[in-house]
Design a protein around this ligand. Sequence first.
Ligand code: ZN
Length: 474
Amino acid sequence: MCRYKKHIAKLNFLATFYAIGYKRVILVQSLLFLVNFSAHSQGPSLSYYYNPNTELSWASSHIFFEGGSKQRISFLPVINYTTRAPMGTYGYSKNIELFGNIVFVSNGISMETGFDCYENLDVSNKVVMFYYDFPEKVNDSSVIKSFDDRILDAILHGASGIIAASYKTPAPIKYFKKYPVIRREVPVIVVNRNTADAILEAAGSFYKDSVEQWKTAGKLPELNEHAKMPIGINLQMVGEFDVLTSKYFAIRFHGEILNKDRIVPLVELGDKSVAFLLKLFNGIDLKWEKEHIVYFANYDSKLFYTGHWGMGLSSEAGIFNVRLNGNKEKDHFGLIVHENAHSLFNNNLGGTNSFLNEGVARYAEAKATNPEMNNLETIAFLKSRKLYRLERLLNIEIGESTEQSEIAYPASGSFVEFLLETYGIVKLKQAWTSNFSKVYKMGTFELEKEWLLWLRKKYHLEGDIIKGHLNKNN
Ligand SMILES: [Zn+2]
């Protein structure tokens, strides 16, 4: 799994948010919340979407000639990070029906002085196509622009849609994140080189030859009147989701795939989960803000629409969950409680470290479904000598690595239960934004020892297990 880079991107994105004072800044370390962690249940590989045999019941894209022929192309939508929705859907509120001629603008760079791929071109109401990562040696480094800036340039030039082509990545996924608020969203898709080649070939040998020359001679193609290709693109995507609202939520879902009957019980569970959480964390003043939830029928559509792997995601844009078929009500309730706990704490208290953040959610999830699950899983890791030392656990970005997360998830939940039972909720709130040693007036080692002794007493464990653990290096 390649999560690391996305996580960094997320932090950069948050930094941008912070800089412009967006109203819901959450400087949280780990927003990639995954629950029910299993390495095999995270969703398809990206190559799945780029396989020409893959068909999406919610979206399709073709290039076409006016003569009547057409060819299907594989793509992924570029995700607007602010809404966690495909660009052009305005946050799950608008269907995409893009139909327009393609204009090829090489690398899509537009500078105010000296270099402009849009020079003498009218791209208004046309679909702009460019390579965003053409080999650097053929670019003048003074005219490098970021992916987001190239997208924005195309929008500012009046394009009705954008095909961002990758030269280097066989299965690209891209996020538009530098500009949290843009007034005009247009559909933007990302395609790989195979698809870009197919488009160029369809448009005629001139284009393919020009790009080949670009690569070998390092000279940008002289397109001029040729930029406007003799082909068009037709992109369809369900972007307007159905909405159900309740006291605490606005829930969106694609009604044709996910029947309303399957969502209604979740609305009730959602409201129930908020009441449950407010009671569970009674003692500090937490308020629930009406939350936006999007449900997907499975991992394939969730990954397509949000660019996020896994069962659930809680972010500043709302909550994004998979509603698996055949899951029992208890399983749904666990997921809802988990993700809503993230929202409740992050919206009220801001961000904290990954261990505490997941700990609170896992603790609440356990209390709602299987109260002993975190402690028993932690004890199993303790017994097999796999449990990490607390110092190490505190530094894990949970969700980024399968192996570490498998251990850190239950440990975080058990640790939070220990803190709450022993020191209470007010101290936990202080620890959310401070450091443990300050709040609990002891070092990590003492705190770890207390936690394990608490576990030992609760489950009548043998003393040697704890001694053995504390002698480990990490
Ligand atoms: Zn989580």
